[in-house]
Design a protein around this ligand. Structure first.
Ligand SMILES: [Zn+2]
Length: 200
C-alpha cells in the first residue's frame, strides 16, 4: 500500500479560551525578542513564519501563536490558539481560540509528547543559521517535509535522544526548533546560538 500525503486537519472551535494575562505577557516578551532578530516575521509574499508555544498549567494542552500572525508586531490574546488535542497519524489537531493554530502545532506537540519536562517550544526561520547548523546539530532527514506526520515523528524521536535543545528541520528549509523548561529558556536557546554564529 502506498501512503499518500495526509492533509493537515484542524478541528477549530472558534471561541475564546482561558488565557492568563501573565502567560500572554511572557509569550509576547519572547516573541518580541525573536521578531526583532527577524526569526519570526513575514516574507515579502505575505506568508508569515515562526511560532512559539507554552504548555498550560494542567500540561494537557498548549497555547500557540495563531496561523498567519507573523506580520503583526504585537499580538493580543485573539491571535493565539489553545491546542487541546492532536493525532499525529491523522495529521490533525483540535484547537480553540479566535485564530486557528497552524499546521506546525503538531511539531510542537511532538516535542511535548516526547519530553514531559519541556514547558515551551520555539520554531523560527533563519536561512543563514539553518545552513550553518544543518547536520552539525541534530537534524531531521531532508526527505521529511514540513506539516507531515513524519516530521512530527522524527522531531519527537530526535528530541528524546539529544542533549542539545535545538533541532534543525532538514526538509523544512530555514526551519529550526528550540525548547526548554519555560519560555525564557527556549527563547534563549535560539538567541544564544544566533549570537554565537552570527559573526562566523
Ligand atoms: Zn516553519
Amino acid at each position: 500500500m502506498t501512503e499518500g500525503y495526509i492533509k493537515f486537519n484542524c478541528n477549530w472551535t472558534q471561541k475564546e479560551f482561558p488565557f492568563q494575562e501573565e502567560i500572554h505577557g511572557e509569550l509576547e516578551a519572547s516573541r518580541t525578542k525573536l521578531r526583532n532578530l527577524g526569526l519570526i516575521g513575514m516574507y515579502p509574499d505575505g506568508i508569515g513564519f515562526g511560532n512559539i508555544s507554552v504548555k498550560t498549567a494542567d500540561s494537557k494542552s498548549f497555547i500557540i501563536t495563531g496561523s498567519a500572525t507573523g506580520q503583526f508586531e504585537k499580538l493580543d490574546q485573539s491571535h493565539y490558539a489553545l491546542v487541546t488535542g492532536y493525532d499525529f497519524e491523522k495529521n490533525s489537531i483540535s484547537c480553540s481560540g479566535l485564530t486557528k493554530a497552524s499546521a506546525e502545532s503538531l511539531t510542537h506537540a511532538a516535542v511535548y509528547e516526547s519530553l514531559p519536562e519541556v514547558g515551551a517550544v520555539v520554531h523560527v526561520h533563519c536561512l543563514w543559521l539553518w545552513e550553518k547548523l544543518l547536520n552539525d546539530y541534530p537534524t531531521t532527514s531532508a526527505e521529511i517535509e514540513y506539516g507531515t506526520p513524519e516530521m512530527a515523528y522524527a522531531v519527537g524521536k530526535i528530541a528524546s535522544e539529544i542533549t542539545e535543545k535545538i533541532i534543525v528541520m532538514g526538509g523544512h528549509r530555514e526551519g529550526i526548533l528550540a525548547f526548554g523548561s519555560n519560555l525564557t529558556e527556549a527563547t534563549d536557546e535560539i538567541i544564544n546560538i544566533y549570537n554565537r554564529y552570527k559573526n562566523d
